[in-house]
Design a protein around this ligand. Structure first.
Ligand code: HEM
Length: 405
């Protein structure tokens, strides 16, 4: 499927040597046989040069070594955030702070950071627990559920809507958009999806402008960067980023964790017997189940590890590969709840853009594990079903039927 090609592909830019071109590598069309995307990424890494080029999706580089991923994430002088999705201009709108490099990035980031402070998260804990209790009450008596749709997607959207002071009923409209946002291959579909998310938020933003409230949406709407209110397009882009950032990512992380537990009874029994292991287990899952397949755009021509990169080239850094690299951690594919701390991973990025929603995601995962395992301590993949995952701008869990007595 993916081999260095013998014949020159006319789409290959002149600065890309033929031996670095991997034919047919399309992140939106990768097979994910065991619903375990990091394994797929690892095979890609082992079969190809550490930095390779594909002509699919507009053409881009892929860097698979942990050391390179780490550097590319933080070296904004060479690798800019101005374009970090595939294909380029995937959003079709500004999305501060994620599309800005330091130092411009700092002021925008400061505007959203308070939404994820320990105090703000403590205030959200009750809402999260309430949603979880309702969810588990609903599914537990059934003896089975499709975990992704019934649980994993429901929790983060409710948390987001609660944070932003928006109606819970809107979840049904937003959820399909959240999937398309990370998984659509066609530029036109991904841009339209983002525009629909933005359209949804427009009148809510206007309402907060006229009547400030105490929710996060109002804080952002009335926030200032360098003493100035945000222009309308940036404000809309920032709110849409907040909406898009924490849905499919959190849901997929939960899906991969539950797929793992459903297929590893000894690990499941260990967590059930000792729930105090949940915080450490959560970090270990974050390492093993990285989600984001982010990227960067070259600011200028730059020779990196002997590879000539050109200004305007996109380079993708599947950050799940960092935590499962032997140079970073021993026995990287094994899930070990007793691994030496701190557990190294790049699943939430590194440096100035590292995910501000990380603590929220951590809280949601920990509370889910605690509540679920106390109510449904034994479960498996439902016999006759096969978990389904996809790879796109995120590693995404699509379907996971679970059953229990
Ligand atoms: C398991 C869940 C999550 C994962 C794996 C994840 C992953 C990431 C990664 C890798 C980045 C950095 C991207 C880069 O360097 O190119 C990032 C940034 C970001 N994430 Fe998350 N995220 C998660 C949850 C959330 C949540 C819950 C929210 C908000 C509700 C959120 C909002 C953001 C925002 C706003 C940024 C941009 C930060 C900046 O540019 O300074 N994320 N996320």
């Amino acid at each position: 499927m993916m081999t260095a090609i013998d014949e020159a592909d006319p789409r290959t830019p002149s600065h890309v040597p033929r031996e670095l071109v991997v034919d047919g590598f399309d992140i939106f069309n990768l097979e994910v046989p065991d619903a375990d995307p990091p394994l797929v990424w690892r095979e890609i890494k082992l079969a190809n040069p550490p930095i390779f080029w594909t002509n699919e999706n507009g053409g881009h580089w892929v860097a698979t070594d942990a050391a390179d991923i780490k550097v590319i994430q933080v070296d904004h002088e060479h690798f800019s955030m101005a374009q970090h999705n595939i294909p380029k201009n995937r959003r079709g709108m500004p999305a501060p702070p994620i599309d800005l490099d330091p130092p411009k990035h700092f002021g925008y980031r400061a505007l959203i950071s308070p939404a994820f402070s320990p105090k703000a998260l403590a205030a959200l804990e009750g809402t999260i627990q309430q949603v979880l209790d309702g969810l588990i009450d609903r599914v537990a008596p059934r003896g089975e559920c499709e975990f992704v749709e019934d649980v994993a997607h429901v929790l983060p959207i409710n948390v987001f809507l609660g944070m932003m002071g928006l109606p819970k009923e809107d979840a049904a409209y937003l959820l399909p958009l959240s999937t398309l946002n990370t998984q659509a291959k066609e530029l036109e579909v991904s841009q339209r999806t983002r525009a629909e998310m933005a359209d949804y938020l427009k009148d809510k933003i206007e309402a907060r402008k006229a009547h400030p409230t105490d929710d996060v949406l109002s804080q952002v709407v009335h926030g200032k960067v360098n003493g100035e209110p945000l222009p309308d397009d940036e404000l809309l882009g920032m709110c849409t980023l907040l909406l898009a950032g924490g849905l499919d990512t959190v849901a997929s992380m939960m899906g991969f964790i539950f797929r793992f537990l459903a297929t590893h009874p000894a690990h499941l029994a260990e967590l059930v017997a000792d729930p105090d292991l949940i915080p450490q287990a959560t970090e270990e899952f974050f390492r093993r189940c990285g989600i984001a397949n982010t990227g960067r755009i070259l600011v200028e021509d730059y020779e990196f590890h002997g590879v000539q990169l050109k200004a305007g080239d996109l380079i993708q850094i599947p950050n799940c590969l960092y935590g499962i690299d032997e140079t970073v951690v021993d026995n990287p594919l094994e899930v070990d709840f007793h691994r030496k701390k701190p557990i190294p991973y790049a699943s939430f990025g590194n440096g100035p853009h590292s995910c501000p929603g990380k603590a929220l995601a951590r809280l949601e995962v920990r509370l889910l594990l605690r509540s679920w395992l106390s109510r449904i301590p034994e479960f498996t993949v439902k016999p006759g079903t096969v978990p389904q995952a996809r790879i796109g701008m995120t590693n995404s869990m699509r379907e996971l039927w679970l059953s229990w007595r």
